[in-house]
Design a binder for this molecule. Structure first.
Ligand code: NAP
Length: 259
């Protein structure tokens, strides 16, 4: 299926690895030129070069912390006008509800709520002026079903979800859609870090921790960045123009719910 986005320009944040990279690759496969971002320049440059070679699209790589004002300014200046925005950043650390201070909450809110909001505020006006735009925010399954040890993530992402619910309806009339993608467990460095923590806590091996988690997913395995990216590309497609303000859960059936 031709997704009708060849020649568009996308800013994909936090995209040298994992789910962000999955989204970048799926968009590149549709002929979309990219601005990629991550903090570590080496992995970022390697990803940019691999995507250029594989898909033949133009790729600009901007090494910066997307959660800082300076980092965002640098990325937005290099990106210029974009048709597609994929927001993403690292997730907050796990812990107990008793552990977190005001500063911990402010840090999580900055990274996983206020950063995507600032990026949307920067990119939406031009998209609306042009009469076409797509925004996909990478959030988490924790928005629908809380993950107890990720209380900082549960809180910050819920705030972003509320902002998107209202804003998506305000911009839809200008040809701009905003939706959220909610990953359940996917095989990335982030999953390795979470499984490493669980293995240590339970006194089991990393493989055992992975197998234990995979057994909680009806599909019986972790999701892949490719599957995740393909869904992102569809949300960004011409055909996705009637999908507005949705929270799409990609979790292999892990959340046991009727609706
Ligand atoms: P990942 O494999 O660890 O990749 C994270 C990517 O983001 C890397 O490219 C990293 O590069 C970049 N990054 C991290 N912090 C950044 C920052 N401040 N500024 C710019 N780039 C940054 O993580 P992932 O699994 O793809 O997760 C992506 C998001 O989905 C996270 O918010 C995570 O919490 C959420 N999520 C993931 C899962 C899962 O199972 N994987 C499930 C639910 C939610 P640098 O380190 O070089 O900056």
């Amino acid at each position: 299926m031709d997704m009708g986005i060849r020649g568009k320009r996308a800013l994909v944040c936090a995209s040298s690895k994992g789910l962000g990279r999955g989204c970048a690759e799926a968009l590149a496969a549709e002929g979309v030129d990219l601005i990629l971002n991550a903090r570590g320049a080496e992995a970022l440059e390697a990803t940019a070069e691999a995507i250029r070679k594989t898909y033949g699209v133009a790729v600009t790589a901007v090494a910066a912390d997307i959660t800082s004002d300076e980092g965002r300014a640098k990325v937005l200046a290099a990106a210029g006008e974009v048709d597609i925005l994929v927001t993403n950043a690292g997730g907050p650390p796990p812990g107990m509800w008793t552990d977190w201070s005001r500063d911990d909450f402010i840090k999580a809110l900055d990274a996983n709520m206020l950063t995507p909001i600032a990026l949307m505020q920067a990119c939406l006006p031009k998209m609306m002026e042009k009469g076409w735009g797509r925004v996909v925010n990478i959030t988490s399954q924790s928005v629908k079903a809380p993950i107890a040890v990720l209380g900082l993530s549960n809180s910050a992402r819920a705030g972003l979800t509320g902002f998107v619910a209202g804003t998506a309806r305000q911009v839809a009339g200008k040809g701009v859609t905003i939706n959220n993608l909610l990953p359940g467990i996917h095989a990335t460095d982030r999953a390795d870090a979470l499984d490493g923590g669980a293995a240590k806590q339970q006194g089991i091996s990393l493989d055992e921790a992975r197998a234990k988690r995979a057994a909680t997913v009806p599909v019986g395995r972790y999701g892949t960045a490719q599957e995740f990216g393909a869904t992102c590309a569809f949300l960004c497609s011409a055909q996705g123009g009637y999908i507005v303000g949705q929270n799409i859960l990609l979790d292999g059936g892990a959340m046991n719910a009727t609706l």
